[in-house]
Design a protein around this ligand. Structure first.
Ligand SMILES: [Zn+2]
Length: 349
């Protein structure tokens, strides 16, 4: 009952506060020649069922609390040695939980959807709390050359973390979809690079392309789909890396594969999928993550978007179990779709 009351009051307080803070100073500008630029907001490339009501999901949970066979356990984690990342001569990846990866490529440091705060929420006192400790303190965070933002949801775009990154290196580049200026207004105009789908930003010998995936955006009540969401393709030397962001399964994945061809690595979300009637359009489950892995066909995929924040109804530790089951059922070698521990560092070979 305590949880029920808590969930419900969280919902109520959030709603009231979001209405109060809802008059965010966004500006939607669009190009009528582009299919995904709607008159009032951005839209996905391919038609899909209407997103179901968040309130209906919460009310159903309140009436019929989810009973898991699998006991909730905490995710095993490691505190990474940040100096070993900074001083390494090899290209490497370090998972910092959820969708946050540090990548060291060609001696440049890139971070994806940086989130080092204690909650994935507009508020510091309420909302989904981090289930593992923050693995790198702000003071320990290396200087970041490029930050990649997939979209503006609170578990992906954390203002506090982006401010800290900028404080450490004012020459850092923050790459996001169109329509993020009002949210990231503390960044200089040189630092924030807004891209439309398929647009590209080159930095030294690295190239970053913003690519379409099926999702949505919103931070307050009135800004739904006013900023653009997507994934990223990083190209360097003869390698390509796909960072899928947050997504439901759609034909966009086939388009990305057709456009870029061979991939070396892919970061694919596997968590935040239950209940399916509500989540399916916007979040893949492990079975669909494997479908993306098969289409993109990288040498290796890396699982993300699980084990860090409890956002949905499945137990925190279920996504990797379901991922293994899906890989085995498709006869795909387990070592081609890696499940890292938060904090783990691996070389890009
Ligand atoms: Zn999202």
């Amino acid at each position: 009952m305590a949880t029920k009351t808590f969930n419900f009051s969280f919902l109520l307080i959030s709603f009231v506060l979001l209405v109060i803070t809802g008059c965010n100073n966004y500006k939607y500008t669009y190009d009528e020649n582009k299919k995904h630029h709607g008159k009032k907001s951005f839209q996905n490339n391919y038609s899909h069922p209407e997103k179901k009501s968040f309130l209906k999901w919460q009310l159903e949970k309140f009436k019929n609390p989810v009973n898991h066979e699998l006991k909730e356990t905490t995710t095993e984690f490691i505190f990474p040695n940040v100096n070993s990342i900074i001083n390494s001569n090899n290209d490497l990846i370090c998972w910092l939980g959820h969708s946050t990866f540090l990548l060291k490529i060609n001696n440049k440091i890139i971070i994806t959807d940086p989130h080092l705060s204690s909650r994935a929420s507009p508020f510091t006192f309420i909302g989904p709390k981090r289930k593992i400790p923050n693995l790198v303190s702000f003071s320990n965070l290396p200087q970041i050359d490029v930050t990649l933002i997939s979209h503006n949801h609170y578990d992906h775009l954390d203002i506090t973390t982006i401010k800290e990154i900028y404080k450490k290196n004012s020459k850092t580049f923050t790459l996001a979809g169109l329509g993020h200026k009002h949210i990231l207004n503390f960044l200089s105009s040189n630092s924030l690079i807004e891209l439309d789908w398929w647009e590209n930003f080159a930095y030294q010998n690295l190239s970053f392309t913003f690519v379409p995936v099926q999702h949505w955006s919103s931070r307050v009540i009135v800004d739904r789909n006013k900023s653009l969401w997507g994934g990223w393709v990083i190209e360097y030397e003869n390698k390509k890396i796909f960072f899928a962001g947050d997504l439901g399964f759609s034909k966009d994945i086939i388009d990305i594969k057709e456009k870029f061809g061979e991939f070396h690595l892919a970061f694919i979300p596997i968590g935040a999928y239950a209940p399916r009637w509500f989540m399916k359009t916007m979040h893949v489950n492990p079975f669909e993550a494997v479908k993306i892995h098969k289409i993109i066909a990288p040498k290796k995929s890396i699982a993300m978007h699980w084990g860090t924040f409890k956002l949905t109804d499945e137990p925190l530790n279920e996504p990797p179990i379901k991922l293994r089951e899906s890989l085995l059922s498709e006869n795909i070698p387990l070592d081609t779709f890696l499940i890292l521990k938060p904090g783990q560092i691996i070389d890009i070979d």
